[in-house]
Design a protein around this ligand. Structure first.
Ligand code: SF4
Ligand code: SF4
Length: 461
């Protein structure tokens, strides 16, 4: 028997499940494909005021609490490749790529200054640039820097021996002689799949006008602008001129729980930043319900406009504004307006490799390609791997997954006094999260109000 649980995915669901398992006395191995953990909520987990730490009072684990937990082992830039055995006694095969930067790294940044390769920083929604040797963001876990070996000049197909970073590094922290990959086989008693989802390709957003004007942004970019560690310090300034917008339109064609949660949070944050006019354009017909008055009143009270429309065009207008033309499907009128900023909300898709994960553990997929949640012995699912859900639901599903995984272990290997059913209860918030939830209770209420009204307007609840 082993006391170890494998968690595939180091986003908020995976880390929350890992912390519950670790606190119960199990060893948690978190396999994450990116060089850092935290996923979309890494900013919230580093203690800043992003959407995540206002998850209806639920406790999102801080990166510090993960880093300091001796029972949690993080394996970044890694993938889960195979599983043999049975619940309580599996062997998992994990492949991990090299970082090429060792623990000797002091994060001084000297290497960044000399690296000639400049790339869009995908960890900053592409709003800033990074080098081939980089730290994805400040305050990440792990903190060590990493070399993007696929884009480094030292490796094929770019082979132009460079080594500028090695010459600049005063701490001897860069070693290109590390093996490109290592494979390890680990005994694990249970597996939690927390592989999340990804934003849909930008192709359909380009057909709506994305890329034609700097102030037409994606919801991921808007989110990054609204996060205090983001490139504008948490203010949604216009990318074209760095001025505060007077009007922002959010265009939403996905009505998943996650999308509504994100949009409601963003609307709330924009209103809190005194943006004069905030509106939502929902690319879905209004529901044929008689009782929308309450929802409309809630939206009106929140100070936002909501329209249902068929989007025709978002484009740059002469000057610096963005012109939006659409058919209002409520009034059947053709509408043409100008906005300072337009955010196009991306749809979401199953995370890349979800089908491969399903094959490894013998799980089934639903019609959309998410894990369908049918029970597989010894394997549980946390968060959006089974379809997009909001943050509170994500945390709850992580708690259920952790409880199920812990049930696969011999209780004698866990902390004395651990009672499996307790893990199904909401995890107690740590003090900082309590304080954060208390300070933001008003914001949270307002976000919930907007979210509920959006559900009603879309005929979802
Ligand atoms: S060797 Fe690679 S990472 Fe180092 S400076 Fe050159 S391109 Fe950048
Ligand atoms: S120069 Fe060396 S120590 Fe400094 S950040 Fe780069 S790898 Fe780390």
């Amino acid at each position: 028997m082993t006391d170890t649980i494998l968690i595939v995915g180091g986003g908020v669901a995976g880390l929350h499940a890992a912390k519950i398992c670790a606190d119960a006395g199990a060893q948690a191995i978190v396999v994450e494909r990116e060089p850092v953990v935290g996923g979309r909520l890494a900013a919230a987990m580093s203690g800043d005021e992003a959407i995540g730490n206002r998850a209806e009072g639920a406790a999102i684990p801080s990166l510090e609490s993960i880093a300091s937990n001796e029972n949690i082992e993080l394996l970044p830039i890694a993938s889960f490749e195979a599983l043999d055995g049975r619940p309580g006694n599996f062997t998992a095969r994990i492949r991990q790529k090299a970082r090429f930067v060792t623990d000797a790294c002091t994060e001084c940044g000297l290497c960044r200054a000399v690296c000639p390769v400049v790339l869009a920083n995908e960890f900053d929604a592409g709003l800033t640039y990074r080098k081939a040797i980089y730290a994805p963001l400040p305050e990440t876990l792990p903190a060590e820097w990493v070399i993007d070996i696929d884009n480094c000049l030292n490796t094929p197909p770019n082979y132009l021996p460079c080594n500028r970073c090695i010459d600049a590094c005063e701490d001897d922290a860069i070693h290109f002689d590390a093996p490109l990959e290592t494979v390890q086989e680990r005994p694990v008693g249970a597996v939690i799949l927390a592989s999340g989802f990804r934003l849909a390709e930008q192709g359909n957003l380009e057909s709506l006008g994305y890329g034609s004007h700097p102030d037409i942004v994606t919801s991921a970019e808007l989110q990054r602008l609204l996060e205090s560690p983001g490139p504008t310090g948490g203010y949604a300034t216009r990318p074209s001129n760095e001025e505060y917008p007077d009007s922002v339109l959010l265009v939403l064609d996905s009505v998943s729980a996650y999308a509504l949660y994100v949009v409601a949070s963003q609307v709330n944050q924009l209103l809190a930043q005194d943006v004069g006019r905030v509106a939502l354009l929902l690319l879905a017909p209004p529901p044929k319900a008689d009782s929308l008055a309450d929802a409309e009143r809630l939206i009106e009270e929140a100070g936002i406009e909501v329209r249902h429309g068929a989007m025709l065009k978002v484009a740059a207008e002469e000057g610096s504004d963005v012109e939006v033309s659409f058919e209002d499907t409520g009034t059947r009128q053709f509408v043409r307006e100008t906005w300072d900023m337009v955010a196009l909300c991306s749809d979401v898709q199953p995370s890349e490799g979800t089908d491969r994960l399903a094959k490894i553990v013998g799980a089934e997929l639903d019609d959309s390609g998410y894990l369908n949640g049918e029970p597989v012995p010894g394997v549980s699912i946390a968060g959006c791997a089974a379809g997009p859900i909001n943050i509170k639901e994500t945390l709850e599903s992580a708690e259920r997954a952790a409880a199920a995984a812990l049930d696969c272990l011999d209780p004698r290997l866990l902390n004395e006094g651990y009672v499996p059913s307790e893990a199904e209860q909401p995890a107690p918030a740590d003090e900082s999260a309590d304080a954060s939830a208390g300070e933001s209770a008003e914001d949270d209420d307002k976000r919930r109000q907007i979210e509920s009204a959006l559900y009603a307007l879309l005929g979802k609840r």
